[in-house]
Design a protein around this ligand. Structure first.
Ligand code: HEC
Length: 655
């Protein structure tokens, strides 16, 4: 056995503990690293997601294990920063990874700030990545080579990292690919080495119930997933894909950061479920004894959502033939309102006819011509985007549909290379009595967005200021294929900021309402600030064109910066209707769209995209000559969304 010298720090610990007998030498750090790194997605301390396999194009990815307060981590971070500097033009990526139990994201963010870390720190909270890479101590460096299938080309101390990177860049073998890291703090991995126990995880009692609870609703006969999990044999055959899709956070499709807010219909696996599933797959997905729940309970997806049952009224929209290629203009379908009396909706479920081609549905109620506007105006009567769930209005409230008039639906179809016929149905669930509160909705959007070509992480910010107290029911972010991540926060009148929703990785295919478990109370004067990050680089697999500067537009190769919120006004009831508040809310729409730095003024460089033409008038508009346009100056100059070169349709507002 190799002799390992006892570090003085360790000797001191032992002396204090009064241990004098023979002690086990620290385990060597080499030997546990795999030949190749498996895919994973982790969120950094700033809540951005990083997926290993996204970086196929990088010549090398360097990762160092880190522990807050660790001497070797801090020294290593400084040494690695120098290495990072040497390779800054070569596209080599540098990260740290914190797998230390009990070290929170906040604590790690504070450490990163205090120590001036120059690279993102990935939070490996479940330790599943650290287990796979074979991390044992702080200060271990991994050099991963994407082009050889993410081979772990080097595992060892920081001191030899530059040599290893050089070898990888030169396409050579690293001379010493595995070198023990000495000293520094050990990182405890409670599940490490429990292979025998993991092989005993019961498929029957532990795994099948997880699959049934979190996967089968889509992965069943008639469900929206392309295959069904209806027996051990199927699950076993998909085991490697399950591993990858769970580790990279694609499945189950639920993307809200678990540390921010609590939402209804949260499909995410819990931490324990994730660990059980991954450890079971890594142990070879053994069948073990016991019955097969998936076989016993296999069924067919219900036509309408189980929780809601059959709708009170079903509307069938006209059918539409979608060609195999080309651009299809928005299709407007108008039907007679099936409700002959003022009606309150408690839920709406949209059932697409042809999911593959239906990109979105927006809708609204319009009164018959010549009739006077309803006391409580109608709004959206159903919307759909890929991955949408039924819209359920919070208890105590309803969505108004005034009697008569028309329901109009704006249908957006995309072509896929295969023609298809869509006939979408909308299921309405009505309240038998008028509710107390009115569900309202509004949209935070930035119609001045401009996403430069090729830019991988481009930020756009927009806000709305609430003129009165309100309770937030639903948060719904929407962008097209370049949307990368999104957040919504509130800035209270006293300046206090609270994050309400964060999707570290947005997925166009999975857009849904996030309904807080308890409606969120916001005070008059609160700004709701949406922040979108876009990926207009060629590395975004979904990007339709990375060579163009992108501005606002309806088609999917254009972009949207869009965040709908549903809420009720605190002071509004069905007998005390406050349409005035709704109008007042719109006062901040223009400034909120343009004012990226949220300083209540629009500087000239904030006039971008469809609003760039206003720049020529800037000097005239800035009547008080303070270098920024405030709300009054914008109003006086008639600067508004409507003055944008490309106008929006009203239908978009309720998307
Ligand atoms: C809300 C519906 C839904 C749920 C819940 C869901 N899936 Fe899926 N799954 C899909 C769809 C749809 C696809 C097809 C690919 C796509 O669209 O992303 C898919 C694809 C997959 C794939 C193929 C590889 C991939 O990543 O595309 C695997 C593996 C998978 N799902 C595993 C799971 C597991 C495991 C769970 C539960 C822990 C789960 N899914 C829960 C809808 C779902």
């Amino acid at each position: 056995m190799k002799r390992v010298l006892m570090t003085s720090a360790l000797a001191a610990v032992i002396a204090v503990a009064g241990v004098s007998a023979v002690i086990a030498a620290p385990a060597p750090t080499t030997g546990l690293a795999p030949e190749r790194a498996g895919n994973f997605q982790l969120t950094d301390t700033t809540r951005l997601a990083h997926e290993l396999f996204y970086f196929k194009h990088a010549p090398a990815i360097v990762l160092m294990s880190q522990t807050n307060g660790g001497k070797l981590s801090r020294e290593g971070a400084r040494a690695l920063a120098k290495v990072q500097d040497t390779y800054k033009d070569k596209g080599v990526l540098f990260y740290m990874i914190n797998s230390t139990p009990g070290q929170s994201r906040e604590a790690t963010a504070a450490e990163a700030k205090a120590q001036k870390f120059t690279m993102p720190v990935l939070m490996d909270e479940l330790q599943l990545v650290g287990e796979d890479l074979g991390i044992q101590r702080e200060g271990e460096v991994f050099v991963i080579e994407p082009k050889t299938g993410f081979k772990v080309a080097y595992h060892g101390p920081v001191t030899q990292a530059a040599k290893a990177i050089d070898a990888v860049l030169a396409g050579k073998q690293v001379a010493n690919p595995r070198i023990d890291v000495k000293g520094g703090a050990a990182i405890a991995f409670a599940e490490r080495g429990k292979v025998a126990e993991h092989a005993n995880i019961s498929y029957s009692k532990e795994v099948a119930p997880i699959i049934q609870a979190k996967c089968v609703s889509c992965h069943q006969e008639g469900g929206i997933a392309p295959f069904k999990f209806d027996s051990y044999e199927v699950v076993k055959s998909f085991a490697p894909m399950i591993l990858e899709s769970v580790m990279s956070d694609r499945m189950p499709p639920y993307f809200a950061d678990p540390h921010i807010g609590t939402f209804q219909n949260d499909h995410a696996l819990t931490a324990d479920q994730t660990k059980t599933l991954i450890h079971w797959v890594r142990a070879g997905a053994p069948r073990g004894a016991g019955s097969d729940l998936l076989k016993e309970t296999a069924g067919v997806a219900p036509e309408w959502p189980t929780a809601l049952g059959k709708p009170d009224v079903i509307v069938t929209l006209p059918s539409f033939d979608v060609p195999s290629s080309g651009t299809v203009e928005y299709q407007n379908m108008r039907i007679d309102n099936p409700f002959q009396e003022d009606t309150w909706l408690k839920a709406i479920a949209v059932k697409p006819g042809a999911r593959s081609v239906l990109h979105h549905v927006t809708s609204n109620h319009s009164p018959d011509r010549g009739t006077k506007p309803a006391r409580i105006p109608g709004g959206s009567v159903g919307s759909y985007t890929p991955g949408a769930e039924p819209q359920v209005i919070a208890a105590g409230a309803g969505a108004p549909v005034p009697a008569g008039g028309k329901l109009s639906f704006s249908m957006h179809y995309t072509t896929t290379g295969k023609s298809a016929t869509d006939q979408t149905q909308i299921g309405y669930y009505t309240l038998k009595q008028a509710p107390e509160f009115i569900k309202r909705s509004t949209v935070i959007s930035d119609f001045a967005l401009k996403i430069p070509k090729g830019e991988a992480r481009h930020t756009e910010i927009a806000y709305l200021e609430f003129p009165a107290d309100a309770y937030l029911y639903t948060l719904y972010p929407h962008a097209h294929y370049r949307g990368w991540s999104v957040e919504l926060k509130q800035i209270a009148p006293d300046g206090k900021e609270t994050m309400l929703l964060s999707l570290p990785k947005y997925d166009f295919n999975w857009q849904r309402d996030y309904d807080p478990v308890e409606p969120i109370h916001i005070k008059a004067g609160t700004k709701l600030v949406a922040k979108w990050i876009y990926d207009n680089s060629e590395h975004n697999k979904a990007n339709p064109d990375s060579t163009i500067n992108v501005t606002w537009g309806e088609q999917s190769w254009e972009e949207m910066m869009y965040f709908r919120v549903n809420y009720r006004w605190a002071d509004e009831t069905v007998s005390n209707v406050r349409n005035d508040l709704q109008a007042k809310l719109m006062d901040s729409r223009t400034i909120g769209a343009l004012d990226n730095n949220a300083d209540n003024k629009v500087q000239i460089d904030e006039l971008t995209g469809t609003m760039a033409s206003v720049r020529t008038r800037f000097a005239d508009l800035d009547t008080n000559k303070d270098g920024g346009l405030d709300k009054k100056e914008l109003e006086a100059g008639n600067v508004s969304r409507a003055s944008a070169t490309r106008d929006l349709r009203d239908a978009d507002i309720d998307l």
